[in-house]
Design a binder for this molecule. Structure first.
Ligand code: APR
Length: 240
């Protein structure tokens, strides 16, 4: 695949891109969902049933992100590629992430859609206003807008909820010439369906992952993200 063929690029990242930054993936051994039942911590029903447990779960994840995670070589390579690609005016660049961490931003990514929300944001359930959040949230905390306790929730897309930015993502996919999925197991829809959508629009599809996810990509490169991602994007630029 030569750079001159890649006019519009859509990249989808998942937990695998942040694994080497020390953040647990969801479905690997010892991953987040092995320690918690999804239905206890990541559904609207769980929040209604036990908001303390849900807030604690996200408080711990937020703390781990802020205190011990740094962007790794894969995040940096993506941000660097975006800068060079945009500067050269080669086409549209869209980075979609399922990750709720801020490691892409910290590495310098600009065009970024957080389809599953962000750990460093909270939302008022009444007004839908969104606030930056770098602290633990207690259920008793009063909301800044409505001043009632119990209204603030993580600005995270839980199971059973609609992912964010779907219109923008579908438009980008409809125009894309190359679709690259990085560090995702392809088990959660709608993101898992992006490869088929991209193909239907005529895009070349590429997977960069620790191991083959089993989804049908045209091309795959396997190994740790910090190795595979810089190598792949350098070769994409060099081949132009
Ligand atoms: N480098 C590259 N890939 C890796 C690495 C690594 N160092 N470590 C793990 N992986 C791969 C795994 O092989 C797996 O295919 O990353 C993938 C992680 O898959 P999941 O844990 O299922 O994470 P993800 O695909 O992002 O999950 C999607 O599911 O639970 C929901 O909302 C949550 O956004 C999440 C969504």
């Amino acid at each position: 695949m030569h750079q001159k063929d890649c006019r519009n690029i859509v990249i989808l990242t998942g937990a695998g891109v942040s694994a080497e930054s020390g953040l647990d993936t969801f479905r690997d051994n010892g991953g987040l969902w092995e320690q918690h039942r999804v239905e206890d911590v990541a559904t609207p029903e769980a929040f209604a049933r036990d908001p303390h447990l849900v807030q604690r779960f996200y408080n711990l994840r937020r703390k781990a992100l802020l205190e011990s995670a740094e962007p790794n070589g894969a995040h940096v390579a993506l941000a660097d590629f975006e800068k060079r690609y945009s500067k050269a005016g080669l086409g549209e660049f869209t980075l979609v992430t399922q990750n709720v961490d801020d490691l892409h931003e910290r590495a310098g990514s600009q065009q970024l859609l957080h389809m599953h929300g962000e750990l460093l944001k909270i939302r008022c359930q009444q007004s839908a206003r969104v606030y930056e959040c770098r602290e633990d949230i207690a259920v008793e905390n009063p909301c800044p807008c409505c001043e009632s306790p119990g209204q603030l929730r993580p600005d995270i897309v839980w199971f059973g909820e609609m992912p964010m930015f779907m219109d923008e993502i579908e438009q980008a996919l409809s125009r894309c010439d190359i679709f690259i999925a990085i560090g995702t197991s392809g088990q959660v829809y709608p993101a898992a369906g992006f490869v088929q959508m991209a193909k239907a629009y005529g895009a070349h599809t590429v997977e960069l992952n620790l191991e083959a996810s089993g989804s049908q990509f045209d091309e795959g490169h396997y190994g740790p993200a910090t190795e595979v991602v810089p190598r792949y994007f350098n070769s994409l630029l060099a081949s132009g």
